[in-house]
Design a protein around this ligand. Structure first.
Ligand code: CU
Length: 145
């Protein structure tokens, strides 16, 4: 009689374990499953997409067709703006005299690029020192928050 009881008890516990593992997915003793989460979802995109919030490489002005594009760019303080000459003719981006801080990319040949970092708020009007009718503006505004 005793052996019979033990056997049924064993069968019952096996059935229980099977049930637990079937529906719980590892909540039984040990709990190793809970720590095995890879947690890969925390690393979302830190890539600056289009000029917003990107402290590095987010802001750009193209020089194409003897014009700056965009001709009026707004960035946050500390932003670096990359000026890229897409024309075959040489161009520069040179600050006007009233710019808060002077800058000058100097001559950019076809495909050349120059980075300008804006650490002070204000309106920076600039022009091309080769074709002085080419004009553009970078507005540097305070970071929000
Ligand atoms: Cu030019």
């Amino acid at each position: 009689v005793i052996h019979g009881l033990r056997r049924t008890a064993a069968v019952a516990s096996v059935a229980l374990l099977a049930l637990l593992s079937a529906c719980g997915g590892g909540e039984s003793d040990g709990g190793e499953a809970s720590t095995a989460d890879p947690g890969g979802a925390t690393e979302t995109s830190a890539a600056p997409s289009e000029g917003e919030g990107g402290e590095a490489g987010g802001d750009a002005v193209a020089i194409a067709g003897f014009a700056y594009e965009p001709g009026d760019l707004e960035v946050e303080v500390g932003a670096t703006v990359t000026f890229t000459n897409e024309d075959t003719a040489d161009h520069t981006a040179t600050s006007q005299e009233d710019a808060p801080v002077a800058f000058d990319t100097e001559d950019l040949g076809e495909g050349d690029a120059a980075d300008v970092t804006f650490d002070e708020e204000g309106e920076y009007r600039y022009f091309c020192s080769i074709h002085d009718y080419m004009e553009g503006t970078v507005r540097v505004v305070g970071a929000e928050g």
